[in-house]
Design a protein around this ligand. Structure first.
Ligand SMILES: Cc1cc2nc3c(=O)[nH]c(=O)nc-3n(C[C@H](O)[C@H](O)[C@H](O)COP(=O)(O)OP(=O)(O)OC[C@H]3O[C@@H](n4cnc5c(N)ncnc54)[C@H](O)[C@@H]3O)c2cc1C
Length: 468
């Protein structure tokens, strides 16, 4: 393998081939610190040609490749296994905005661009790139595309797949496919772009993408509404969609227990209500006209919902700072959960109309098998996507509870399946859910996926052990 590493160094410069344990450490452990893998090297090319050169070498020497962006993925997709034979191919040096086309409303960016930098570049061009998630300060657009990331604006703008018009990809053989087309219509055979999006690096390496841009809203308003049940939240969603139409850009559900955890671990973030309520919804409205126009729509909505007794209370952020505080409550739930201790996470989706039934039924099943377990249920209600997380009972150790993870997963995922849902709504499968998915997809579907993988990557060198 010395020859392989020497050739890598010759291709991209010795300082961009990391082999010492200390230099590689940050690339080998996943964000949640659940697993640390081993690698032959971490390679950091700076251009598409350099990526292609490395992949050709990997092909020649039969070295598995683990593509990595910001390493914020939550399903062990971006870290290598314990074998130590793979290279981690970090895309972070491919970080240029290549072009902005204001008439076509597109932006061509390299895969290693941090999502927040893509958002800023769009803002500087007086446009909006709407993808938004709590990891946006460190995740990359390549990782977002590879996982088809969701986030908080899917309700209005769709998943990352819907935000991408074209891709540049280095194939497992080291060829460069230039599919950087900024076309909104292109029916010329199989959609290769959609194949690579969401493939979690198992079919090729995304090196650049053409992204859709949107007009900047003139005003953005945030409100927090309080209600009794998830079914009330669904009713609020229905009223909001009727009254606000496309202006409704965010609709996030959070249980009171989620916010109790936030205020316990981040006391500087108080709740804006005098009394507690069982459920809350964070609403965001984006308006193309003006702040007054948005406020009139929002006040109307809250008025109707109070009148129909769908909600019990609501606050509207009166400033950008207040809006930030409301979003902070939502975005600090995962962090507060981590502070509280270990828990068993689920990223599931069911048809939106069934969310209330799903939560009720699954809560009962879990309490039967794991009495007093604590539910940390929140998520993108407007997309039917819940982070349905389970914390240990107060009197049980984290370790004892985590030891029952497979049994907890079985209860939750079987319930998701009964409700016609998905066991991975937005995080992907990675290595974490690769085996689990076999219980929920038909053999026909799994075999089609295997055929695609084999056709594109017959030597199984691209992120082996992930997805399929
Ligand atoms: C606090 C927090 C909040 C989050 N919130 C959300 C959320 O709301 N919605 C959501 O969808 N996700 C969320 N995530 C998960 C994560 O941020 C996303 O999956 C994100 O898209 C991963 O991007 P990344 O650059 O970090 O990719 P990585 O973690 O580096 O990689 C993710 C996967 O993509 C592959 N990959 C990375 N780059 C490329 C490339 N250029 N070509 C091919 N394959 C590649 C990797 O091999 C891996 O399989 C959250 C994570 C955290 C830590």
């Amino acid at each position: 393998m010395n020859n392989f590493l020497e050739l890598c160094r010759a291709s991209i410069g010795a300082s961009h081939v990391l082999t010492s344990e200390t230099d590689m450490a940050a690339y080998l452990t996943d964000w949640r610190r659940r697993f640390t893998g081993k690698a032959l090297a971490v390679v950091k090319p700076a251009s598409t040609d350099e990526v292609a050169a490395i992949v050709r070498l990997c092909n020649r020497f039969q070295v598995p490749v683990v593509p990595q962006g910001g390493n914020t993925g939550l399903v062990l997709g971006s870290v290598p296994d314990a074998g130590g034979t793979a290279v981690v191919l970090s895309l972070t040096r491919l970080n240029r905005i290549r072009a902005v086309d204001l008439i076509n409303n597109t932006m061509t960016v390299e895969a290693g661009c941090i999502l927040q930098n893509v958002q800023h570049a769009a803002t500087e061009a007086d446009r909006l790139f709407p993808l938004s998630l709590a990891a946006e300060g460190s995740c990359t657009i390549g990782g977002n595309l590879a996982t088809n990331a969701g986030g908080t604006a899917v309700l209005r703008y769709g998943n990352t797949r819907e935000l991408c018009l074209g891709l540049e990809v280095v194939t497992p053989q080291g060829d460069v496919w230039n599919g950087l087309r900024g076309l909104r219509k292109d029916n010329t055979g199989y959609d290769l772009r959609d194949l690579f999006i969401g493939a979690e690096g198992t079919l090729g390496i995304i090196t650049a993408a053409v992204l859709k841009l949107f007009p900047q809203p003139k005003a953005r308003l945030t409100a927090l509404a309080a209600m009794q049940t998830p079914d009330d939240a669904l009713q609020l969603l229905s009223i909001a969609q009727k009254q606000c139409g496309a202006a409704l850009t965010g609709f996030e559900l959070m249980s009171d227990f989620c916010l109790q955890l936030v205020t316990r671990h981040f006391p500087q973030m108080p709740l804006p209500f005098a009394q507690r309520h069982p459920q809350y919804v964070l609403l965001e409205l984006s308006d193309g006209e003006s702040e007054q126009h948005a406020m009139a729509i929002l006040e109307n909505l809250i008025g109707s919902a109070l009148e129909e007794a769908v909600i019990e209370d609501a606050v509207v952020a009166a400033s950008i700072a207040q809006s930030k505080s409301l979003w902070n409550l939502r975005e600090h739930i995962p962090l507060a959960q981590a502070e509280e201790g270990k828990n068993i996470k689920h990223d599931v989706s069911v048809p939106i109309s069934l969310i209330g039934d799903f939560i009720r039924a699954t809560d009962v099943l879990l309490q039967q098998d794991f009495p007093a377990c604590r539910m940390v249920t929140f998520g993108h209600l407007g997309d039917g996507n819940l982070h349905y997380n389970v914390s240990p009972p107060e009197n049980q150790s984290d370790e004892a509870f985590i030891a029952q993870q497979d049994a907890v997963n079985r209860v939750v995922h079987d319930s998701v399946h009964r409700f016609g849902g998905s066991i991975s709504a937005e995080h992907g499968l990675g290595a974490l859910k690769r085996d689990e998915i076999r219980s929920y997809k038909s053999e026909i579907e799994l075999n089609l996926m295997r055929s695609i993988k084999h056709a594109l990557d017959p030597q199984n060198l691209m992120n082996p052990g992930k997805v399929i």
